[in-house]
Design a protein around this ligand. Structure first.
Ligand SMILES: Nc1ncnc2c1ncn2[C@@H]1O[C@H](COP(=O)(O)OP(=O)(O)OP(=O)(O)O)[C@@H](O)[C@H]1O
Length: 292
């Protein structure tokens, strides 16, 4: 459905940034109807990647395909995407009805038909009683639903969500998270969410791409990220409490084969069930000692 091939994004160095690529050779494939999260620490390139999918930013190099179609130079309005921004970006002077109908009117749909569709989609996200209000007369959760309704009004093939729950309180976040997932399944729309909240990403997604420094560290279903992290970054980024890593040289006693990690402060005996392959003997390792 969506393929990113070796995507690089370098922002203009003159504007005072370090000159490092914000996105640095990113490959990603997203299947039809999949729910994928881009997760990583601040500045890792999540939003930049989403903006390139939306067409609001152009990659410096690399290719973006929607199906077979190369979309690098396709305008946002011609990409058949819906987007929800962190700020919701609702038009304050328009009613909820007109906010939802806006993308349809932009596509030259007649007003009665656009209003009919606005009503239909507002029922699905349970805000049909609020159609005559202005955004300022809504709670944060209600504004979030209006933003979702507007993004879904034109039946997009792809839904892009940029930290859509970060302005909601903890309780509401959980409800909205479940609703978004249900809506996504019911409507069958391929969805990409940007978040720095690992719990949110792991709870809502089919697969999670963990980014650091503009590169994908691992792209896998949530359970696999936990059970088989591919590198130290993933291992220490995930989990609450985080892993407790010690570094030191591995030694093995000749008699009983007990392995020990020798550190400056203390020696750690590796439990028998977690013995390391023999090639690690004498080498330096980092070991998680959070788990027994
Ligand atoms: N318009 C810009 N001009 C110059 N550099 C930028 C611009 N936007 C982002 N960057 C830089 O690109 C890198 C990636 O930024 P991006 O916003 O994609 O990160 P992010 O993972 O979404 O972070 P956050 O979680 O803080 O929003 C950062 O180093 C950032 O400083």
């Amino acid at each position: 459905m969506i393929t990113l091939k070796n995507i690089v994004k370098a922002y203009d160095v003159k504007r005072g940034n370090s000159g490092a690529n914000a996105v640095d050779g990113l490959d990603l494939e997203i299947k039809k109807d999949e729910f994928v999260a881009l997760l990583g620490p601040s500045g890792c390139g999540k939003t930049t990647t989403l903006m390139m999918l939306a067409g609001l930013l152009k990659p410096t190099s690399g290719e973006i395909y929607f199906g077979e179609r190369l979309v690098n130079h396709v305008e946002p309005k011609d990409r058949n995407i819906g987007m929800v921004f962190q700020s919701y970006a609702l038009y304050p002077h328009l009613t909820v009805r007109d906010n939802i109908a806006f993308p349809l009117r932009e596509r030259k749909m007649a007003k009665p038909a656009a209003y009919e569709r606005a009503k239909e989609i507002s029922k699905i996200v349970q805000i049909d009683h609020l159609l005559d209000r202005k955004p300022a007369q809504l709670s944060g959760g209600q504004q979030q639903r209006v933003a979702m309704a507007r993004a879904l009004a034109k039946n997009p093939e792809i839904l892009l969500l940029d930290e859509p729950m970060s302005n909601l309180d903890a309780r509401l976040k959980l409800d909205v998270r479940d609703e978004i997932r249900k809506l996504q399944r019911d409507l069958g729309v391929t969805t990409i969410i940007v978040t720095h909240d690992q719990e949110e990403a792991l709870a809502i997604s089919d697969r999670v791409a963990i980014l650091n420094g503009g590169k994908i560290q691992q792209y896998a279903p949530p359970h696999e990220l936990f059970s088989q992290p591919v590198n130290l970054f993933v291992a220490s980024f995930l989990g609450n409490p985080p892993m407790n890593l010690i570094s030191g040289a591995v030694q093995e006693s000749n008699g009983d084969g007990v392995q020990t990690v020798v550190t400056k402060g203390f020696n750690y005996v590796i439990p028998a069930a977690r013995k390391l392959p023999s090639e690690h003997i004498g080498k330096s390792v980092k070991l998680d000692i959070t788990q027994p």
